[in-house]
Design a protein around this ligand. Structure first.
Ligand SMILES: N[C@@H](CCC(=O)N[C@@H](CS)C(=O)NCC(=O)O)C(=O)O
Length: 216
């Protein structure tokens, strides 16, 4: 039986995008089950699959892994190249992935992910600006020390890139630019065929969740 990844709306579900990108880049076959979020049926549908009541969830029959970063870790057990091979690079990749998983609340709530929107405008409050500055510092440090001149944070695609993918789908719709590493990384990521496939699917979705349509 093929593994299944339960995800939310591709336009809005930033947490779902992370393990989806990791599995696609790792070449792991899976079926995706999309559960539209924040409609009356959502809670009951998610509960059928997810112990935490949230997506994403990775399932292999009765076995479930939940929490985006834990799913990425599980996928990396099968395809170790999802983490850098050098122990110090791997430790830093885990540090920035955990930092992303646990933080950046102002950016995540003020600039909600919107895969298909363009030309939105949200004021960069001091809190949002601080998050953007910290992300810029992380991307610059990782690419300078470990990027090996490639498009990704640690040379080849890693869990760290999967964790920051949804940031790209925040910077693009709200026009967040920073000359240099940030703009370069965003452009590289936007050219990724897997991210493009996700965006194409988001463009086909018909649900509009007003609470996430900010900056119009
Ligand atoms: N920390 C979790 C966050 C998961 C999460 O918040 N998922 C949202 C969708 S992006 C969800 O399931 N919302 C449905 C709900 O809360 O009812 C992770 O990393 O997977």
């Amino acid at each position: 039986m093929r593994p299944q990844l339960m995800i939310g709306n591709k336009n809005y579900s930033s947490w779902s995008l992370r393990p989806w990108l990791a599995a696609r880049h790792a070449g792991i076959d899976f079926d995706e089950i999309r559960i539209p979020l924040y409609v009356p049926e959502t809670a009951a549908q998610i509960r059928r699959y997810s112990p935490s009541g949230k997506v994403p969830v990775w399932r292999e029959g009765d076995f479930a892994v939940w929490e985006s970063l834990a799913i990425c870790e599980y996928l990396a057990e099968q395809v170790p190249t999802l983490w850098p091979s050098d122990p110090k690079a791997r430790a830093v990749a885990r540090s920035v992935s955990s930092e992303m998983h646990a933080g950046f609340t102002a950016l995540r709530t003020g600039m909600t992910m919107n895969a298909r929107a363009r030309g939105r405008k949200v004021a960069e409050t001091p809190e949002i600006k601080a998050d953007i500055d910290r992300i810029a510092a992380i991307w610059t440090d990782c690419r300078q020390r470990f990027g090996a001149g490639g498009p990704w944070l640690f040379g080849t695609f890693s869990v760290a890139d999967a964790m920051f993918g949804p940031v790209v789908l925040r910077f693009v719709p709200y026009g967040v630019t920073r000359p240099g590493v940030v703009d370069d990384y965003v452009a590289n990521f936007m050219a990724d065929p897997h991210l493009q496939a996700w965006i194409a699917d988001a463009e086909q979705e018909t649900e509009v969740l007003e609470q996430f349509e900010v900056g119009r």
